[in-house]
Write a protein that binds this ligand. Structure first.
Ligand code: GLU
Length: 415
């Protein structure tokens, strides 16, 4: 199958929504194209003395509702179209959660798994050296995404602060706690997702104590989803996977034990007392809740008919193609669309910015309560809109988000 282009998919999703909302063509055109994008080259001195030039991007999609916000991804398969799509989804995500922010995304084509700590630090600092004029606490605020982490955010914040000559904690979120990070940011993406799963379970009459869960991806989002589904709900995690493959156990796996095993061996594969399962098989197993928590376009028209889950919780960005969406909808799968389900990360990022600005830090309990409120109300507005317009959950999420962005554009006099 030809590789699917995420930006083309984001565009198709948006035009479906534009039809529902009967948006005029000028407005559609503004929403379809990023406001600004930057292509940068990053020459880095590698540990062996050679110089390697990496390619990076930052896309600021739409800032009608506030400064743009979105993570930076380090990945060998990164493309400008992936970054554009992710920036568009950030715009809808921030609007859906009613955060006073627009959407952006960044990325560097690199394989962080094959780089030393020193090389990664130099690459992170070089990225900020190239984009510092374009970002800022009231302009564009980066954060972690796939294969970037609090340490990388810490280096980037430090580099920016050095360049502007003062501490600017609010320039980036997802930082380590001791340098302006927020309590509760670490597991926020998964926790927010689990709050929406809790609401979805009520709607679908799924008893979470008895529910089985399969998770594709065992990074920050996937692991924490496994841990929280078990500890918050008592659900049974029967399968998990990472980029190398997966494991399955009818009796259920212990998320923390598998996490430790992965930290030691580099992967969940060959975990003792579990059967092997592929990344394709994991999506099709008999399970109540399926959580894609890795990359885009894994649920397609080919495997969607075989998905047996009652609830699909999209912790990854863009895991489902539009063709697959139609099939899931026909089959009655309750889809928690990505920019609803994984919005916990940016929501706590926003809390982090607020705490940085006020120099007043909240405890974890307060962060959880505020996150719970935000996620629950976003879920409710998507569910109600889906019932009101008789549209599926993704279309409903688009309707809520796009209406808010359009309202802001109108009020600012852009249209
Ligand atoms: N990268 C995360 C996302 O896709 C978090 C973004 C942020 O915290 O700004 O939502």
């Amino acid at each position: 199958m030809a590789k699917l282009n995420p930006f083309e998919i984001a565009g198709r999703q948006l035009s479906e929504c534009a039809k529902i909302l009967k948006l005029d063509s000028g407005v559609r055109e503004i929403l379809r194209i990023p406001m600004r994008e930057f292509h940068i080259s990053l020459p880095i001195r590698m540990d062996d003395g050679s110089v390697k030039v990496f390619q990076g991007f930052r896309v600021q999609y739409n800032d009608a509702r506030g400064p743009t916000k979105g993570g930076i991804r380090f990945h060998p398969d990164e493309t400008i179209d992936t970054v554009r799509a992710l920036a568009a989804w950030m715009t809808w995500k921030c609007a859906l959660l009613d955060l006073p922010l627009g959407g952006a995304k960044g990325g560097i084509i690199c394989n962080p798994k094959q780089m030393s700590k020193g090389e990664l630090e130099r690459l992170s600092r070089a990225y900020i050296n190239r984009v510092w004029q374009l970002i800022g606490p009231d302009r564009d605020i980066p954060a972690p995404d796939v294969y970037t982490n609090p340490q990388i955010m810490g280096w980037m914040m430090d580099e920016y602060s050095k360049i502007v000559g003062k501490n600017q904690f609010g320039v980036i979120t997802g930082k380590p706690l001791s340098i302006g990070g927020s309590a509760g940011r670490g597991d926020a993406t998964a926790r927010g997702g689990m709050y929406t799963v809790r609401e979805a379970a009520k709607e679908c009459s799924v008893d979470l104590k008895e529910a089985t869960v399969a998770i594709q991806g065992y990074g920050n989002a996937g692991y924490n989803a496994a841990y929280l589904a078990k500890t918050l709900f008592g659900s049974k995690i029967i399968a998990v996977s990472d980029s190398k493959g997966g494991i399955f156990s009818k009796e259920g796996i212990e998320p923390e034990v598998v996490h430790e095993y992965k930290a030691k061996t580099g992967s969940v594969i060959n975990f003792p007392d579990a059967e092997s399962i592929s990344n394709e098989e994991i999506l099709e197993i008999e399970v109540d809740i399926l959580v894609p928590a890795a990359l885009e376009n894994v649920i397609t028209e080919e495997n969607a008919p075989n998905i047996k889950a009652k609830i699909l919780a999209e912790l990854a960005n863009g895991p489902t193609t539009p063709e697959a969406d139609d099939i899931l909808c026909k089959n009655g799968v309750h889809v928690l669309p990505d920019f609803l389900c994984n919005a916990g990360g940016v929501t706590v990022s926003y809390f982090e910015m607020v705490q940085n600005f006020n120099m007043d830090y909240w405890d974890e309990k307060e962060v959880h309560e505020r996150l719970n409120k935000k996620m629950t109300s976003a879920y409710d507005s998507v569910l109600n809109t889906s019932k009101e317009y008789s549209i599926n959950m993704r279309q409903a999420a688009y309707v809520v988000a796009v209406e808010r962005v359009v309202e802001a554009m109108e009020l600012r006099g852009w249209i």
